[in-house]
Design a protein around this ligand. Structure first.
Ligand code: UFG
Length: 327
């Protein structure tokens, strides 16, 4: 199937592009390189441009005979979404609306959307099931939830068949350590710890050590990027049978910030300074997924649930790309 991968030069999108090609699909990457890296796209056609440009996107969908769209081109910084909400509504909601309008015009019906556990906000019950109330606590989570609602209503008109995949903490590197995380600025825990281990930053800060968790630090559900991508392939197939498919994607196992730090230390064989700081506003103590629905309905089973393996793949990418993609 010819699949347009919006944001295919980014972290998860580039892994998805590689996996689509390996699975016999024909991925075509559309990316404006505002965040992504040209070097992360190999063995796929690359189109420089903006999915929020209606005429351009209609042309692309038509010209390449696109059968499905996967959308990874969102802004993802929670803190930035609080200080610049309009920017997030523009990119994550308005432009996605334009993309869906272009799809409607051309008659492309299949859409796989990267959503997030942030749609749940600070849930009362852990692990989180898909029917947990959606109460985002920041503009980032709210914009993702808005798109889910938009897709829902559009699917009811019969013009769209969509999957919304709610990622927990995406991590690790895929495809022989060639495609990994290179965000600017970096805010995610595992790459930050690895940068500390590489001596690229002075220390790693722990945001809060007084949570009601076994070691006092926050617990998150770290899910390997290739496991996420594998779920997208299954979800794409699922859209042959259903018009709406919403799944949590996580391992169901939580690791604390301290456990992640210890694992990076062990895997990298390097020591670094750890600084204990106050809590970061908006961090729930524990976020873990109940992904039973994806397992039962998609037959999805994460292959790399073990934190040690996740960190090994991330470390291998950073060791091979000490300056990221170098752009
Ligand atoms: N953390 C630190 N020090 C750091 C960075 C992070 O202690 O320098 C902690 C955070 O406080 C949190 C954990 O490490 O407890 C993980 O933090 P990340 O920033 O890596 O990830 P989050 O859990 O905050 O966010 C992730 C995604 C978001 C998404 C959210 C959904 O990055 O895009 O999950 O819940 F919205």
């Amino acid at each position: 199937m010819r699949v347009l991968v919006c944001g295919g030069a980014g972290y998860i999108g580039s892994n998805m592009t590689a996996m689509l090609a390996k699975a016999g699909h024909e991925p075509i990457v559309l990316d404006n390189l505002s965040k992504g890296h040209r070097a992360a796209v190999r063995n796929a056609r690359f189109i420089l441009g903006d999915f929020g440009d209606y005429d351009f996107t209609v042309d692309v969908l038509r010209k390449y005979g696109i059968a499905a769209v996967m959308h990874f081109a969102a802004y993802i910084e929670v803190g930035e979404s609080v200080s610049q909400p309009l920017r997030y509504y523009d990119n994550n909601v308005s432009r996605t609306r334009t993309l869906l309008a272009a799809m409607e015009t051309v008659g492309v019906r299949k859409f796989v959307f990267s959503s997030t556990a942030a749609v749940y906000g600070m849930p009362d019950r852990i692990p989180i099931t898909e029917d947990t109330p959606k109460m985002p606590i920041n503009p980032y989570g709210e914009t993702k939830w808005s798109v889910e609602r938009m897709c829902h209503f559009q699917s009811e008109t019969d013009k769209l068949r969509y999957a919304a995949l709610r990622y927990f903490n995406a991590c690790g590197a895929g495809f022989d350590a060639t495609l990994g995380e290179d965000h600017h600025p970096e805010s995610h825990l595992i790459p930050l710890i690895i940068q500390a281990a590489m001596g690229k930053r002075d220390n790693i800060r722990i945001f809060g050590i007084d949570y009601s968790t076994p070691d006092g630090t926050c617990v998150r559900d770290y899910i390997h990027v290739e496991d996420l991508c594998a779920a997208h392939l299954l979800a794409l197939d699922k859209l042959d049978n259903v018009a709406e498919a919403v799944y949590n994607l996580g391992n169901g196992t939580g690791y604390s910030v301290r456990q992640v730090i210890d694992t990076v230390r062990r895997v990298c064989g390097k020591d670094f300074k750890v600084v204990e700081e106050d809590r970061r506003p908006g961090d729930p103590p524990v976020l873990t997924a109940d992904a039973t629905k994806a397992q039962n309905e998609l037959g999805w089973k994460p292959r790399y649930p073990d934190l040690e393996t996740i960190v090994q793949t991330a470390w291998a990418f950073h060791a091979a790309h000490p300056n990221g993609y170098g752009d």
